[in-house]
Design a protein around this ligand. Structure first.
Ligand SMILES: [Zn+2]
Length: 182
């Protein structure tokens, strides 16, 4: 058995999305190079201009809808199939692990296809970049927001420390393999 086949928890970084042609939030070629993240990705920004935030996320959803899971994603599906207990911990919020066929996924930054209420616990999974304007919660009428969480206001050093802590926690439980960690 190879070390990869022995993995129980596996962390996938944003590089695996970049390989699929999906722009990532951070790093070279990431969307943040063209947009000010503080204008788009925080709860405060959503409260200030939800229409702008939704336009940006719908554009991103449309980009993601046009790409296919790459071989790396498919390999993770195969790895899960061969491993009795397997968790894929991913930084990617694009939903491509789901489309590839992965089952047991923990999404650190949420899911761009998830639409959830800004106030109550309502949430739903969208399948296309549909609708215009700011959707409303059917339960409480508050604005719905995209289900992505990116801690952009954290200093880079703090973010790195948290990532290292996560890796150490995973390693303490079993073998961890880091793929395209960026
Ligand atoms: Zn609600």
């Amino acid at each position: 058995m190879t070390p990869l086949e022995d993995a129980r928890h596996l962390i996938a970084g944003p590089g695996i999305s970049a390989e699929s042609g999906v722009p990532t939030f951070l790093g070279p070629g990431g969307l943040w190079r063209n947009f000010r993240p503080e204008d788009l990705a925080t709860f405060e920004a959503f409260a200030k201009d939800p229409q702008l935030v939704w336009e940006w996320y719908r554009w991103r959803r449309s980009l993601i809808a046009g790409v296919h899971p790459n071989p790396s994603r498919l390999a993770l599906v195969e790895l899960e199939r061969r491993t009795p207990v397997f968790t894929l911990i991913t930084q990617n919020a694009d939903g491509l692990h789901d489309r590839a066929g992965s089952k047991n996924i923990r999404k650190i930054h949420g899911d761009i296809w998830l639409t959830r209420c800004a106030l109550c616990s309502y949430q739903r999974v969208d399948t296309a970049a549909e609708n215009e304007g700011v959707p409303r919660c059917p339960d409480c009428a508050a604005p719905l927001r995209p289900g992505v969480e990116v801690p952009l206001r954290q200093p880079v050093a703090q973010r790195r420390r948290q990532q290292q802590t996560l890796i150490q926690v995973v390693r303490s439980e079993s073998l961890a393999v880091v793929i395209s960690y960026g």
